[in-house]
Ligand binder design. Structure first.
Ligand SMILES: C[S@@+](CC[C@H](N)C(=O)[O-])C[C@H]1O[C@@H](n2cnc3c(N)ncnc32)[C@H](O)[C@@H]1O
Length: 324
């Protein structure tokens, strides 16, 4: 996409837990910082301001549109200290270590990851991430990847669909939704979002349809997480993040999904443990040393002011660790 009219490329994404995240990272001028999830650039803009002209910001997003929007923000003067060495990387954050090596960087001072999707992606009528509107069942963040939601609903087995709806959506009606999907697709291929919404509506009881959240919310979330292999990427990213952080450097992660938050919490705890010998051992034999120090015992959540302005912040949980 050519960046001709930057005004058409403004973001509608409202950054979540902005000050809480940036303050937790202790940023000072000259630091090297990774924003693993550029999105609308809210966190990156404040990072650039804090690290100043002599700092370096490396921002990843697997969505080319997010990268283009940030380039447009820089061009329009919307990024303070844009002369900061800003490297934009249109790749999955699971390539963190190798991507940094390509830039000749082996260690960084801080890393941010604000997981999931942006409001820009949700509003993109061609992607079918939202259950509102009428769009193809696509749901990819990276438009170069092969797997789409259409493939999942039409080609995965009923058992696989049940697993995805349960594991990524916590969907209590996974079984009946999967059954209806399989029944429907035996007659015609499911290609558009309203078809899937109608299938979900036909599979769940009336009381579920009258709830505050739309009855298709969890199905759409689960399919999106499968299409983008979100938990797999996160696991791989966490391992690499520890490796590339310098001692004393901090990692701040915001999760919106309980599966992601639990994974992050356990991974932080595991890597913050010292001795792992059985309790009956009189002396430590494992010599295991903690790799991380947990900075947030409990996750930081949005305050009332932010929630009033941005309901999306409701499920956000920020956790921070420091490399030992
Ligand atoms: C919640 S938004 C980030 C918003 C951003 N912090 C801001 O303040 O505007 C998440 C972004 O991360 C990107 N993303 C999600 N998973 C990714 C992954 N595995 N690799 C690279 N980018 C990813 C999405 O494409 C999306 O643009």
């Amino acid at each position: 996409m050519e960046i001709e009219n930057w005004k058409l490329m403004q973001t509608i994404h409202k950054t979540v837990l902005l000050n809480e995240t940036i303050n937790a990272l202790n940023l000072t001028p000259g630091l090297i910082v990774v924003d693993a999830t550029l999105g609308g650039g809210g966190h990156s803009r404040l990072v650039a301001k804090k690290i100043g002209k002599i700092g370096k910001l490396i921002a990843f997003d697997q969505d080319q549109d997010a990268i283009n929007r940030f380039k447009a923000q820089i061009k329009s003067g919307g990024v303070e200290n844009a002369e900061t060495d800003v490297l934009l990387v249109n790749k999955n954050f699971s390539t963190l270590k190798d991507s940094l090596i390509l830039f000749g960087i082996s260690q960084v001072d801080a890393i941010i990851a604000d997981l999931g999707i942006s409001s820009d992606q949700l509003a993109d009528t061609d992607r079918g991430i939202s259950f509102t509107g009428n769009a193809p069942l696509d749901m990819r963040m990276n438009m170069q990847s092969q797997l789409t939601a259409e493939v999942v609903v039409n080609e995965y087995s009923q058992q696989e669909i049940i697993r995805i709806l349960r594991q990524y959506g916590d969907e209590q009606y996974a079984q009946s939704i999967a059954q209806k999907i399989v029944n429907f697709r035996s007659g015609q291929r499911i290609t558009r979002t309203p078809q899937l919404v109608a299938i979900v509506e036909s599979a769940v009881p009336g009381s579920y349809k009258r709830k505050k959240i739309n009855c298709a919310t969890k199905t759409f979330q689960a399919l999106r997480m499968e299409v983008n292999k979100e938990l797999e990427s996160l696991r791989s990213f966490l391992f690499q993040a520890i490796e590339v952080l310098r001692p004393g450097g901090r990692l701040a992660i915001i999760a919106f999904h309980s599966g992601e938050d639990v994974l992050i919490k356990h991974w932080f705890r595991e890597n913050a443990r010292g001795c792992i010998c059985p309790p009956q051992f009189p002396q430590c034999r494992c010599e295991n040393k903690p790799k991380l120090k947990i900075i947030t015992r409990k996750p930081i959540v949005a305050g009332e002011d932010e929630l009033a302005e941005n309901p999306r912040a409701r499920s956000a949980k920020l956790r921070v660790v420091e490399k030992m």
